[in-house]
Design a protein around this ligand. Structure first.
Ligand code: PHE
Ligand code: FE
Length: 289
């Protein structure tokens, strides 16, 4: 007889949120955490809030985002209201083979990596409230979609993100997770890139933020260092404030080629080194801005 805590035969354990207290509804998620978007359930207030968020952010990204993002955003054409994942997926699939899948919010690392490795980007289905217009603790639909989805149309970025997912699965038994989490933070979330017009943003945490996007590029306080893979993977990050430190890549091609080597020896090497705080500098740092 099944006891409390042991799943019934033939029934798998329902997916659990990666940490307690998250806002999304995880009870109906599939084992890989997918849930349907249920586009018809969004209210007209939510569509209107999306339009406002989009319009505010569009003005900012025109000045501060990298050209690849702007070109892709235009192709997505998602400013009129909350986009339907199925129609977005038609564009993504034919351009780079990516698709988006609905999720209740943050999901555990293994499932996250598994999706990326198969060119599926998990997007939170719920939208923030009007009170959270400027700042939201958990990633919501606007962050996930506006910040992350456009660049999935860029072939080199798309290739890199899939490789990151496959690398994540490989890193789990090797103890590489903390290093890959830092890499993700300083590239996919808060990365800057040098362009002909100057340094621009490509990280989703910047592209979807009203306050941090101009701060990252113009404010005198944060430091902006040339991207260095091992340096990035040793550097702690802050989740509770504007970033004191950014790393600048030369191109998505650089990101792809710098992360192409087998990381197995890097993880062993990094485990021997002390981690760096975001405020620390090392002799090799190249300060760019
Ligand atoms: N090349 C890495 C490895 O072999 C995987 C990886 C690719 C990690 C891209 C991050 C980004 O482990
Ligand atoms: Fe994100």
């Amino acid at each position: 007889m099944p006891t409390l805590g042991s799943p019934l035969p033939g029934k798998s354990v329902p997916p659990q949120p990666p940490r307690p207290g998250l806002r999304g509804n995880y009870t109906d998620a599939r084992p890989d955490y997918r849930i349907p978007q249920q586009w018809s359930h969004y209210s007209s207030d939510e569509h209107a809030l999306w339009q406002l968020l989009y319009a505010r952010q569009l003005r900012l990204v025109r000045r501060y985002a990298c050209p690849e993002f702007l070109a892709a955003l235009q192709k997505l054409d998602a400013g009129g209201g909350i986009p339907r994942f199925d129609s977005v997926n038609r564009k993504l699939r034919r351009t780079t083979g990516w698709e988006v899948v609905g999720v209740p919010g943050l999901i555990p690392d293994r499932e996250f990596f598994e999706h990326l490795a198969h060119r599926r980007f998990p997007v939170t289905v719920w939208l923030r409230t009007p009170q959270e217009f400027d700042y939201i603790v958990e990633p919501d639909l606007f962050h996930d979609f506006f910040g992350h989805v456009p660049l999935l149309l860029d072939p080199v970025y798309a290739e890199h993100l899939q490789a990151y997912g496959a690398g994540g699965l490989k890193a789990l038994p090797l103890g590489g997770l903390p290093y890959l989490a830092r890499l993700y933070w300083y590239t996919i979330e808060f990365g800057l890139v040098r362009t002909a017009a100057g340094v621009r943003a490509y990280g989703a945490g910047l592209l979807s933020s009203g306050a941090e996007l101009p701060y990252a590029l113009l404010d005198p306080r944060p430091r902006r260092l040339a991207f260095d893979l091992l340096r990035v993977m040793r550097t702690e990050y802050r989740i509770d404030s504007l970033q004191p430190l950014y790393f600048v890549i030369e191109s998505f091609a650089q990101l792809l080629s710098d992360t192409a080597p087998d990381f197995t020896p890097y993880y062993a090497h990094l485990a021997q080194l002390p981690t760096l705080q975001c405020g620390e500098t090392v002799a090799e740092d190249r300060i760019l801005l």
